[in-house]
Structures are given as C-alpha cells and as structure tokens.
Design a protein around this ligand. Structure first.
Ligand code: AOF
Ligand code: ZN
Length: 390
C-alpha cells in the first residue's frame, strides 16, 4: 500500500525490494557508526539477483556488496534496477575508506536506481543522484523515506544539526513518577518492557544517565535481555561520587564506561578511575544542572557517537528538555500509582498550558498491561499511529 507523502511511480515490488534493503541495512546495527547503515538490492524482471549491506565502519559499501553478490551468483547487473536505502556516495577524500559507489554503479550498467533517502553528508547531498543521472541512469528517490529516516536517525541528525540524535527514555508510573518517595525504582516497568529497553539500548551508540540514577539504581546499562552490542555508557557525575562498588565501574568492558566530571574534580580520584580502565573526561560546568550538556554532546560527537539514549533521572530529563536537546521520547507507562515520589520531569518554566511542550508524531503501543508512548520534538512525515499488543 502506498504511504502518505510517498512520491508516485513506485510499484509493490519496488516497495518490497526497498523493505528488504532496509532489513539488510539493519544487520550492520551497532557496527557502522559514525557512518550510516546502508542496504542494497539488485533486481531484474521482478527477481532479486543480488543483496548487500554495509557491514562495519570503513568496510565495503552496500551497493558494491550487492553488485559483487550478483556477479558471484553468475548473473549480470546490466539493465537491472538497484535499490539503495541511502543515496550512493560520489566522492573521494583522504579520510574516505571506499571508492565512490556511483562509479561502480555506472560501470555495472545499472538501468534505474531507487533511493529511500538523500545522503545529507555535504560531500554527497544530491551529488550522487546528479552523477548517476548525468550517466543516463534513471533515479527515483523517496521510496520508504520515512522508514529510512528512522534507520539512520543518528547519522542524519548529526549531519543536519551537528549533534547526536537524542532519545529520552522514561519509565514511569501512571501518575508520572520515575521512583517512589524513598528513591526506589526497581522495577516500575515489567520484564517485557525492560527487554524493549535493552533493544533500544543496542540501537544507540551511547546510553547516558546522571549521578543520582547511577547511585540510586546502580545500573549496568548493558544489553542483556536481547542480543545486541553494548553501547558506550556515559555518566554525568561532576564530583565523581560513584563508589568503587558501583556496577558500572566493575564491568568487563570498562573502556565502554565514560564519566564526565567537573573541570575541578579530584585529580586523585580521576587517576584511580582511569587506572581501572574507566574513561574520565573533565568538562566545564553548565547552567543549573551540574555539567554543560552541550559540551557533553560535543565531546561525544567528537568520539563518533551519533545517537544517545538518555535514561534519567529527573534532573537530566529536565535539563535536556529545557535546552531543547532532544529528538524523540519513549515513555514506558506502568499501571502503578505512587503518589508522592520523584516526578519524571521537573520545572521547565512553563506557567500555562498553551506553553507546554507539544509532542508530535505520536504513537502508542501496549506491552501486556503496560504502555509505550513515543513521540518527536518536531513533526516528520508520519502522523499518529496506534499499535495493539506487540
Ligand atoms: C554509500 N553506501 O554503504 C555507505 C555510505 O569512508 P567511507 O568510504 O566509508 O565513506 C563514508 C561516507 O559514505 C559516509 O559519511 C556516508 O556519507 C557514505 N556512506 N554511502 O553509498 C554505503 N555506508
Ligand atoms: Zn558508497
């Protein structure tokens, strides 16, 4: 079925092939960042003759991978259609690992190229499409574009805004509490919801929490309930107050734990943590909340982080929301009422309903007796969706 806002001229087979290319692209999840996920399918006379994807950062791109698969199967790509989740790259540079895909596509005598999303990398950004068209290849873009945007939310956000994609994940009671009055929060949401959180974690380059959550929950922030790569674990702890016994300091892959502290933090404590293999980065103070979130994001971006899952607590959620440093919300809601307790979000300076933050692209789904509410800061092309049990 044609999606709203999708350009005309695509067949059901076209959609099937692009859908397949996106599934292939997802196989690279957790391995390609800071570069995008990319998948590709070659088809001739409504038959798929080759498939490929970008497997890891620096490795072969999706299009040559699919074209190699065509040759390996003893087929010819001449006259075939090529489905690309991302506009093929078209440039060479000293820091570039792979040759331009456009050259290979043109040499392979592909007839038509179908693209989900334009590559916002300024060194591509429409240049790949132009080069293919100049070589006489028909190019159609926008096929399953909304799904493609989701696939590369980190890469696209970084290219457009210069900062990582930020998803705030809140697990709360029906009355909006993320912990009981005493600070206890284990567990507000059930096992199925927590499994979804682990899947969310594995889809981000980094997971970030504040000192309060690190102390109260003593989390690992690893991916254990599903298969997937562990993201970088980031803690904002201006005074380095985590005790040696904290789980985050004792994990086997300690180089994946990064603590941001204040520029004036105790140098001896920094040295002790670094000797344990933990990464510690002192940074400037920010407004109100201990550390400058913008500075944290800049450093993470320099480290190649393109997406961050922010897991709390209230002070952290409030800081990111107040400074407009977020893209999507994922709010897990459990059928519990805690009354007095810790609110998910603190003072945002909002005095009237008309000034409330409005969430767009809203979707709901139920997970047993719990719910997951998702939404975006700015509207994409999707509109509201409602899911039943999943
Ligand atoms: C494609 N197909 O599979 C990917 C693309 O250093 P390189 O050679 O790997 O190039 C990285 C850039 O190429 C990256 O920033 C993005 O613009 C594009 N990624 N392009 O045609 C692919 N992964
Ligand atoms: Zn390429």
């Amino acid at each position: 079925m044609k999606k709203a806002n999708e350009p005309e001229g695509f067949s059901g087979f076209d959609r099937k092939c692009m859908f397949r290319a996106m599934s292939l692209a997802r196989r690279g999840a957790g391995k390609t960042s800071p570069n995008p996920l990319a998948g590709s399918v070659v088809a001739k006379n409504t038959r798929i003759i080759g498939e490929g994807w970008h497997r890891r950062y620096g490795g072969k791109h999706a299009e040559p991978d699919a074209l190699d698969a065509v040759l390996a199967a003893g087929e010819s790509p001449a006259g075939a259609d090529l489905y690309c989740t991302l506009e093929p790259c078209c440039f060479t540079a000293p820091d570039k690992h792979q040759p331009p895909c456009t050259d290979r596509i043109i040499k392979s005598r592909i007839r038509r190229v179908l693209i989900a999303n334009r590559d916002p990398n300024p060194r591509v950004n429409g240049g790949g499409i132009r080069m293919l068209e100049q070589a006489g290849i028909a190019v159609q873009s926008g096929l399953l574009a909304a799904q493609g945007e989701k696939l590369n939310e980190g890469f696209f956000t970084f290219q457009r805004l210069g900062r990582p994609f930020i998803r705030l994940k809140i697990a709360q009671s029906l009355d909006g509490r993320i912990a009981a009055a005493g600070g206890d929060s284990r567990w507000i949401t059930g096992e199925a919801a927590r499994r979804l959180v682990h899947r969310l974690r594995s889809g981000h380059d980094a997971v970030l929490i504040g000192r309060g959550t690190a102390l109260a929950d003593d989390p690992e922030l690893t991916v254990r309930l599903v298969r997937g790569a562990n993201p970088l674990r980031v803690v904002l702890d201006s005074r380095l107050s985590l005790p040696d016994s904290a789980r985050l300091l004792g994990l086997s892959d300690r180089e994946k734990t990064l603590i941001f502290c204040a520029a004036g933090a105790d140098p001896r404590r920094i040295a002790i943590l670094q000797n344990r293999g933990i990464r510690v980065i002192p940074i400037d103070a920010g407004e109100g909340i201990g550390l400058s979130l913008q500075r944290v994001l800049d450093v993470l971006a320099d480290l190649g982080v393109r997406s961050v899952l922010v897991e709390g607590g209230a002070e952290i959620f409030t800081g990111f929301l107040k400074q407009g440093l977020w893209d999507r919300l994922a709010v897990f809601i459990a059928p519990l009422v805690l009354g007095q307790g810790i609110s998910a979000v603190g003072d945002l300076g909002i005095k009237a309903v008309k000034d409330a933050l409005h969430i767009q692209d809203v979707s709901f789904r139920t997970i047993g007796d719990q719910a997951l509410f998702e939404g975006a800061r700015t509207a994409s092309r999707e509109g509201t969706r409602v899911y039943r049990d999943c």
